[in-house]
Design a protein around this ligand. Structure first.
Ligand SMILES: [Zn+2]
Length: 284
């Protein structure tokens, strides 16, 4: 089974995770920029983080045979903090870099006017740079949040096939299916979605425009949930091609629109050192 995790926050994971992911077939991933839990107090804090995503984390993943790509954005949570919003002025220079395959995560957290402004501005950037967009949907009142999200996407003029609306479940999948956007599902140990519900949704809606991710971060989550969903699909009678469509071909098709996927880790940052820092133990 070959796996492309289209949404996973490796900055908050360990080398054990990278090893375990590679062992079960993960060969590529996208790490979207997000909230780090500890609020940022200034724009420089974002820039160092973005540099880490395009440089250090990509290098680290390559040591484990995994091609790392990222999405860059001001996340919805911190769009509400006036100390952070200025980072939007710095996005253009990141959105032209190798390894940056989308704008994201953008979208709504609490659906404030500040979030509206940051969301619309970043969709505009995606239009200008002709990049895909990864859109986070709010945890509370999901159907209303998803409806409003899709309205804003429509108003932006971005083609729906360049938009991935993430963290869906049974209450929101139909809205997004009808919009023409791609549908993302985060498989979590106890919230969002689990493997059995995901398989039932796939049986009902098919595999077209569907992406499955682990969305693993610093909270209780599991970067091997992509693989366990693939196994659950096989157990329910899906064939290997259908599993490959969901876990590999669909993410490649979606992020491939950036023109920047580098699926061979050897060409995707597997140099000996990153800014002078070698993590290749014993090979200094
Ligand atoms: Zn995320």
């Amino acid at each position: 089974m070959r796996i492309f995790d289209p949404h996973v926050h490796m900055t908050s994971r360990t080398t054990d995770d990278y090893e375990a992911m590679h062992a079960v077939g993960v060969r590529a991933l996208v790490e979207p920029a997000f909230w780090l839990g500890q609020p940022r107090t200034n724009v420089g804090s974002f820039l160092d983080y973005f540099d880490g995503l395009v440089g250090w984390e990509r290098f680290r993943a390559a040591q484990f045979g995994i091609a790392h790509h990222c999405a860059i954005a001001l996340n919805p949570e911190e769009a509400n903090d006036p100390r952070c919003v200025e980072v939007l002025d710095h996005l253009p220079r990141y959105l032209v870099k190798d390894g940056v395959v989308a704008v994201g995560e953008v979208g709504y957290d609490s659906m404030t006017p500040e979030e509206d402004a940051a969301f619309a501005r970043q969709l505009e950037r995606a239009v200008v740079h002709e990049l895909p967009v990864l859109v986070h949907t709010p945890h509370r009142d999901m159907p209303a949040g998803t409806r409003r999200t899709l309205d804003v996407v429509r108003e932006s003029g971005i083609p729906p096939e360049r938009v991935l609306v993430d963290h869906l479940n049974e209450t929101t999948v139909r809205l997004v299916a009808d919009s023409g956007c791609w549908m993302g599902f985060s498989i979590y140990p106890d919230t969002k979605m689990d493997e059995a519900r995901m398989v039932a949704l796939l049986a009902e809606h098919g595999t077209d425009r569907v992406l499955v991710n682990s969305a693993a971060d610093w909270g209780r989550s599991d970067p091997l949930k992509t693989r366990s969903t693939g196994l659950a699909m096989l157990g329910a009678g899906f064939d290997e091609t259908e599993v490959d469509t969901v876990l590999w071909r669909n993410p490649v098709r979606f992020y491939g629109r950036s023109g920047r996927l580098l699926l061979d880790p050897a060409t995707a940052g597997a140099t000996d050192t990153a800014t002078g820092n070698s993590v290749v133990r014993g090979e200094r």
